[in-house]
Design a protein around this ligand. Structure first.
Ligand code: FMN
Length: 393
């Protein structure tokens, strides 16, 4: 892999390892949970480049308690994953508590994160995801129960959330304090509201506010980190103890190498030529086959990564189209072999935003949700039905 030095001392910053309860994470870097992305295969690719904490795709508490085959796949880890990190989604304290208990009693996780950031209408319409912290009683109940169950196994529990529903209904400061008081090991904030989806820019000043409001626990910053330099800038601007990277590593697992280097104060950066990118795509596909045990499924999955991997590289339109519909590992090999393997790293064109963007929309909510910060009887009755087959955040 091509490695170059970035000639600026402005990119240097040394940050101590991240403490999450009993765990010490060597680099203060976290792979954001991403449904459909952060499976065992992708986590392995990322882990091979650097230290940090690599979170699973989220699993719904109900599906986990019911031991659906898909949820058991999601929570499985490679033998050499030092910290087995699982993200749970849930909307009622009992089911979330049962899911945490399962993970703890069966020794299936070393770290558990709770997802309160999902902005998808089918989730918020039922009062779940990023709509949930608005209801202080429900949010408190879920976090307290989860922490209590996790603490029985000395497993650190963290939460991940957005700023709130929209600019007039922010929840992150209340939620952060409630979670801190409940005993969470850290709080992560994505600097957007639910109604922003993935549009606009993440508001790092909200992350700085949260850092200031919670001086006694680690605060993790998330949103729009596309490079190691962005990560350093986020730490400088907000004072966070660690950073959470989502879309920035899509098609760029080597970003974790850059992040580790940056936090060690090094200027080393990965600058892969096309040959190295092609090798990574092929390996990713192989690992997906191992993960799913199904070549067809693995190849369908790798297709969505193609545009991310080849962003900015000289790859013709026809070949891109073929890569995006690749049917088998053998055809993938043939297509990759037609690339110009001498093409160097293209620079800025390969960097910057990628992945989900979307546009702002009013958040879908249950009736009368915003009228009170406490659940009414009807909402209470509906909430346990709110845990659908959801994916994403
Ligand atoms: C494809 C995709 C899937 C996601 N799935 C989850 C998820 O399962 N749980 C979660 O908490 N957030 C999820 N997110 C949100 C990310 O974890 C992260 O908060 C968000 O992308 C902002 O960070 P970024 O700007 O670094 O991408 C998802 C995001 C994307 C793009």
């Amino acid at each position: 892999m091509t490695v170059t030095a970035v000639p600026t001392s402005d990119t240097r910053l040394e940050l101590p390892p991240l403490k999450l309860g009993p765990l010490t994470v060597d680099a203060p870097v976290i792979l954001a949970p991403m449904a459909g992305i952060t499976n065992k295969a992708f986590r392995r690719l990322c882990r091979e480049y650097g230290g940090g904490l690599y979170v699973s795709e989220m699993v719904t508490s109900r599906a986990l308690v019911e031991r659906s085959p898909e949820s058991m796949r999601i929570i499985s880890h490679d033998e050499d994953e030092k910290v087995r990190s699982v993200q749970l989604y849930g909307v009622d304290p009992k089911t979330v508590g049962a899911a945490v208990r399962l993970l703890v009693e069966e020794d299936r996780a070393d770290h558990i994160d709770l997802n309160f950031g999902c902005p998808v209408p089918k989730v918020t319409r039922k009062g779940g995801g990023s709509a949930l912290p608005w209801k202080l009683d429900l949010f408190t109940g879920i976090v307290q129960t989860a922490v209590k169950e996790a603490s029985k196994g000395n497993i650190p529990l963290t939460i991940k959330m957005r700023k709130g529903i929209d600019d007039d209904h922010l929840t992150y400061l209340d939620a952060g304090r409630i979670a801190r008081d409940a005993g969470v090991a850290a709080v992560a904030l994505h600097g957007r509201t639910a109604s922003q989806f993935y549009s606009g820019k993440a508001d790092w000043s909200a992350i700085a506010n949260l850092r200031e409001a919670l001086p006694d626990i680690p605060v993790l910053g998330n949103g729009d980190i596309w490079s190691a330099e962005d990560a350093i800038r986020m730490v400088r601007e907000t004072g966070v103890d660690g950073i959470v990277v989502g879309r920035g590593c899509q098609g760029r697992p080597w970003l974790f190498g850059d992040l580790q280097a940056a936090f060690e104060g090094s200027d080393r950066r990965y600058r892969p030529g096309l040959k190295e990118v092609a090798e990574s795509v092929y390996r990713h596909a192989q690992l997906l086959i191992e993960t799913f045990g199904d070549e067809g499924k693995a190849l369908r999955d790798i297709r969505k990564h193609m545009a991310w991997y080849f962003k900015g590289y000289m790859v013709g339109g026809e070949l891109r189209a073929k890569l995006a519909t690749v049917p088998t590992l053998e055809v993938l090999r043939e297509l990759l072999d037609t690339l110009d393997m001498s093409a160097p790293y293209p620079g800025a064109d390969a960097e910057g935003p990628r992945g989900r963007a979307g546009s702002p929309k009013r958040t879908a909510l249950p009736e009368k949700w915003l009228e009170s910060r406490l659940l009414n009887d009807a909402q209470q009755a509906d909430i346990s039905a709110a845990e659908l087959d959801v994916s994403g955040g």
